[in-house]
Design a protein around this ligand. Structure first.
Ligand SMILES: [Zn+2]
Ligand SMILES: [Zn+2]
Length: 323
């Protein structure tokens, strides 16, 4: 089968690999689409180290089940599925508490476990999510990134009618806007890049004005410390900031900033198994949200290298089509 591997930072090659074996609890998925995001870029650029090269990247994958192991129940050949690319152990204290995003033994597809940039992949059946046949491929490709956005909203407690400031309108910011709108919340975006800001507006978000403040919630996706600082100043007393973007640069915030205005700041990492993916796939099946319009650049598998090289210049999400 064809696959694309990273041979060294910023260098990818199309290779021929043996097809994966199907373990008793696995399904084999014929890949149809793969979304790219910032964490893939961190591996591509060499900022995030992987165990070995050549390395198979990619984690936002969808496709069709073509084989199922002997012990698999609830999944059948022919189903279209989205892959949940974080395999929690189910046994550590975090997993037992239902907080699987904090699993101590988390297998992270494409990061500490081979990724999905191949024509066929074997995945534990429990981490594949069959979607209604009516869900379009481009919407399904957004499942994982949309689940990250929806989990941040779930953790924030935001509800209908509440005012939410989304900092950054990369693909995660755009998906947050869509998910907030679906919830009936008001999404306002802060994004300096004009193309991205325009895209956010076409998704039903308002653009922030200098004088705007009093937001109930802040969703920070840019990872830029100054942007977070400016965003915190726009929260209402008692407001909540959810940090989704990741940076190792310090944030300048004093306890006075937080105490006087009684702000809550919490990080939100991925999603918790199995509820968050199940919920997103159900919402997609009902047609209540159509995130596929986030996909702005499509590449065939053979052009995967070009897809990665151009990610930063694309407003919205790039994806690889295997069809
Ligand atoms: Zn991702
Ligand atoms: Zn665990």
């Amino acid at each position: 089968m064809r696959a694309v591997v990273l041979t060294e930072p910023e260098t990818m090659r199309l290779v021929d690999l043996p097809e994966p074996e199907c373990g008793p609890r696995d399904v084999v998925v014929r890949m149809r689409g793969l979304g790219l995001c910032g964490s893939d870029l961190a591996v591509y650029s060499g900022r995030r180290r992987v165990a070995e090269t050549p390395w198979l990247m990619g984690h936002e994958g969808v496709g069709e089940i073509v084989a199922a192991g002997a012990e698999v129940t609830g999944r059948t050949v022919g189903q279209q599925v989205a892959i949940e690319p974080n395999y929690c152990c189910g046994r550590c204290p975090a997993c037992v508490a239902g907080f699987t995003s904090a699993c101590l033994n988390r297998v992270i597809v494409g990061m500490n476990h081979p990724g999905l940039l191949a024509e066929y992949v074997a995945v534990p059946a429990e981490f594949t999510w069959p979607a209604a046949a009516t869900v379009a491929l481009d919407d399904l490709v957004c499942t994982e990134a949309l689940t990250v956005a929806r989990s941040a909203i779930r953790r924030s407690g935001a509800g209908p009618g509440q005012r939410c400031l989304v900092v950054g309108a990369g693909s995660q910011g755009l998906l947050l806007c869509l998910a907030l709108r679906e919830l009936g919340a008001i999404a306002t975006v802060q994004e300096p890049h004009e193309g991205r800001a325009e895209l956010a507006r076409s998704f039903g978000a308002e653009l922030v004005r200098e004088s705007d403040d009093g937001f109930d919630f802040l969703f920070e996706t840019s990872g830029v410390p100054q942007a977070l600082h400016a965003g915190l100043a726009k929260l209402a007393p008692g407001g909540t900031a959810l940090l989704v973007g990741i940076s190792d640069r310090p944030i300048e915030v004093t306890s006075a900033d937080l105490v006087y205005r009684q702000l809550t700041v919490r990080g939100s990492l991925i999603y918790d198994h199995p509820a968050d993916f199940a919920d997103t796939v159900a919402v997609l099946g009902q047609g209540r949200i159509t995130p596929g319009k986030v996909l702005q650049a499509r590449f065939p598998l053979a052009d995967a290298a070009e897809a990665f090289a151009s990610v930063r210049s694309v407003a919205g999400k790039s994806w690889i089509s295997f069809d």
